[in-house]
Design a protein. Structure first.
Length: 479
């Protein structure tokens, strides 16, 4: 089966990144010994059946090659592939042992997933809050009062998202923009805009329950409820919310049990006319390890990108912020500040706060020369554009290798690991797609980039050395 041969070749090409051994020949030898006894039997309706000699082979593949095999199947066959094992020693019974692959779009957790869902978790969640006579309990919204529409500066980079958010606030859950999926890079104002929308709803509809929560907190709450066998109570709580805002939804990646719960909560809220607002650092299609049914629901409403602010917007932000603090700058000084910080709103606000602090401490009017001197002392101000080539240069300098080596096809661990780290940081710190990152990394396929990002994410949780690399390199990219 040619497809299976292609799957094996892809796995071999990425083999050294999946294991923590340095001897590639030993890795390939072990890989060949294992898979030479694994034979494809059939591929029908996206169901691939493999013949394995024993249960041991099945378990060993699941424990050691699941992520790699998953990426390979997605690349060569497509999404939603299900893998079935036919065990030779059990063949006389006429029964196969089905194992659902951890492939994007499938909710079944793999053996390596730490997040577990107790057997008592049920798909059909009953909401006790619809029973007559039961009053809604008070829910703290977690919204920040200073993240209002009044304090949000509209510009070309956010005009579309801003306009949509204002419309939703007037009729939450009753527009075609449900869910509203805000996405964009670091510090461009996604969180501010989602808070502003929530605050506006609270002002216009005081009786509505509005809740803002980070995805990390949502995940923690779910895991705690699962351990305490209280998943139904967890779901019931979220089902009574009128406007649910979840920040950084991309962190649900690789957490199938939490995704299952989120899916049912999402469906209940949407079907009952409740508003859902989600933010992410990437577009829905670029989020790894998210069930296909969830990605499809992200597309039900509207995905609005917020880009880094242009010069005019940055200038307006500076004027707005400083005027509220009673500080007036000359046109030349405003232009200097707007030109100096061109990465994100968050960085810009940080610089403005430093300017305000300087003015307060020294009780002096700011001149252009003093402003330049102050700015030069702020460690976060670096005139560097964080793009894929820049990230590759930083990674190469960190590991003491040449960029040509990074972009080469060599699979030696001392090159492959830095290459995967460069891909990972390129996705984290730029708005580039997987395909674009692959193109700028020696013409790699987008699935290779997706796999690299997933591997670094997993390895940074388990491998102290990789965790150290991620931490130290992250510091270098903070501007």
């Amino acid at each position: 089966m040619l497809l299976w041969d292609n799957c094996l070749q892809f796995m071999k090409d990425n083999l050294n990144a999946a294991e923590e051994q340095s001897d590639l020949k030993k890795l390939e030898s072990s890989f060949n010994l294992l898979f030479e006894k694994v034979q494809p039997v059939s591929l029908v309706d996206n169901n691939l059946t493999l013949m394995v000699p024993s249960d041991f082979y099945k378990e060993y593949i699941e424990d050691n090659y699941l992520s790699l095999l998953s990426a390979s199947l997605k690349k060569n066959i497509g999404k939603g592939v299900k893998l079935w094992y036919s065990v030779m020693e059990n063949k006389p019974t006429g029964k196969e042992n089905p194992i659902t692959m951890k492939v994007k779009g499938n909710a079944t957790p793999s053996p390596k997933v730490q997040e577990t869902l107790p057997p008592s978790m049920v798909a059909n969640i009953v909401n006790p809050f619809v029973v007559p006579g039961i009053k809604k309990v008070h829910v703290e919204s977690n919204l920040k009062a200073d993240f209002s529409f009044d304090n949000y500066v509209e510009g070309e980079s956010n005009k579309f998202a801003y306009t949509v958010a204002k419309n939703i606030a007037k009729r939450p859950g009753a527009t075609a923009f449900n869910p509203l999926f805000l996405h964009g890079g670091y510090g461009v104002g996604k969180t501010h805009l989602s808070h502003a929308l929530g605050l506006e709803v609270k002002a216009l509809f005081p009786d509505k329950i509005v809740l803002y929560i980070s995805s990390e907190k949502f995940i923690q709450q779910f895991i705690s409820s699962a351990k305490a066998q209280k998943q139904t109570e967890f779901a019931n709580f979220y089902q009574m919310v009128d406007v649910l805002i979840i920040d950084d939804i991309q962190f649900l990646s690789g957490k199938p049990a939490t995704q299952d719960s989120f899916f049912h909560i999402f469906d209940y809220l949407h079907q009952n006319g409740k508003q859902i607002i989600l933010t992410s650092d990437r577009a829905p299609v670029d989020i790894m390890d998210i069930q296909e049914r969830i990605v499809s629901r992200f597309k039900w409403g509207l995905a609005a990108e917020i880009k880094s602010p242009d010069f005019d917007t940055r200038r307006k932000i500076i004027v707005d912020k400083l005027s509220r603090d009673g500080i007036v700058l000359t046109e030349e000084m405003l232009d200097f500040l707007a030109n100096e910080v061109n990465s994100s709103v968050r960085d810009l606000i940080g610089v403005i706060n430093s300017v305000i602090a300087y003015s307060t401490v020294y009780k002096s009017d700011l001149s252009l020369d003093l402003l330049k001197e102050t700015i030069s002392k702020i460690a976060t101000i670096k005139k560097k554009v964080i793009d894929v080539p820049y990230i590759q240069e930083v990674v190469c300098e960190y590991f003491g290798i040449k960029r040509e080596q990074l972009l080469s096809k060599t699979r030696k661990r001392e090159i492959a690991l830095p290459r995967q780290l460069a891909m990972y940081f390129s996705k984290e710190y730029t708005n580039s797609t997987f395909a674009k990152i692959g193109e700028e990394t020696g013409g790699k396929d987008h699935s290779t980039v997706m796999y690299a990002c997933e591997q670094i994410k997993d390895m940074s949780q388990m491998d102290k050395e990789v965790k150290k690399y991620v931490k130290e390199l992250s510091e270098k990219f903070k501007i």
